[in-house]
Design a protein around this ligand. Sequence first.
Ligand SMILES: [Cu+2]
Length: 466
Amino acid sequence: MTSRRNFLTGAGAIAGAATAAAVSKVAMAALPDAVTQAKPDTMPPVVPNTGRPYSPVVTLNGWTLPWRMNEGVKEFHLVAEPVVRELAPGVKAHLWGYNGQSPGPTIEVVEGDRMRIFVTNRLPEHTSIHWHGQRLPNGMDGVGGLTQKHIPAGKTFVYEFTARRPGTFMYHPHGDEMVQLAMGMMGFWVTHPRGAHPLIDRVDRDFVLLLNAYDIEPGAYTPKVSTMLDFNLFTFNSRIFPGIDSMNVRQNDKVRIRIGNLSMTNHPMHLHGHEFVITGTDGGPTPKSTRWAEVTTDVGVGQMRQIEFVADQEGDWAFHCHKSHHTMNAMGHDVPTMIGVDHRGVARKITSLIPDYMVMGERGMADMGEMEMPIPHNTARMMGGEGPFGNMEMGGMFTTVKVRRDQKPGDYSDAGWYHHPAGTVAYEFTGTLPSAPRADVPARPAPGSKDVEVQIRKPSGRHLGH
Ligand SMILES: [Cu+2]
């Protein structure tokens, strides 16, 4: 058996990894070590020291599963098990995942590799793993009941197939899926090309992230598993901003971001300051003639997308889902629009009865980001993330691509906030304002005016049918 030292490919990258304890001596004779990772940090790329060479990916707030070579076969060991995932500093969730984390570790192989994947089930119920997007023998497809027996609790099954095409893939259970996906069981898979490929460029940075979502009530630790649409925490790799690391790159790096969606809704993913092209979809690399510049691409449920761009503009560029409730997160449902409604009198009366009563939203929701309303323990702030200019009022599917001239090649560390050249930041105008031309609209009544009780009115005349 390969020694543990050899097994930990790129050992520095797996610092903090620990071997799962409860594997029997008999099992140890055949099973590869089940390496687990306790920390939610972004681990550096794992440079392969056995098998075919490739340029490794970096999993945002995640890690890559080591393997051992066994007579030409790459052997991996996934353990499906309950995990505690830190969603953001101070917020933990009791999820199900693989090898200590949700999502599970990223699996990286090379086109043509033969794999043997041991899957041990330490969940309280049966599971299976579907290798989403792969060409493989039907009986290795992982659909419980259809192509294999479910893996009972406590048992280990073996999957064997060859990586037939390069591309971006995912893995997830195919049995009791609504529960097991809602609990966080999923992972990423990258098959690198065997050599130079006409449609796959060499890139300097190759990031991977899964889009997922949870429904965890404020103060609770465990997701609700019967939720169909009303998820309240939208995550990259089971992390919410400001718990999501930035993607740190060197100026003029060619950057690839691989995105997979295993949530229950689509996510229009948007990059600031650069245009990207889609170089890969579920079916592999896209023909060059189909690539056009975008700044947003919708990633549907069950889909994978690869975007690529040259990071030629220095700065801290936002990268986020464009559904605003997915970036702000945990917005309460059924909150009425209060903008423009003066309810100070009402609030005063209610406060005399309920001292903690707060009226929200009168001037927009931005006050929420700074307010010190007591929230239950282990609850994500609705809008958070302190930036160099104040609160970013984000909380979910949001992070940044930090482009720096002096970021070293291969260095993934966070250089801190961008230092803007003098005169390049939006600033306050302090001169005299010319009067702005406006349409002739009636003046708004003063707050408390007797002749108007409800200040929000539907437009009439031109907006028939509203
Ligand atoms: Cu979204």
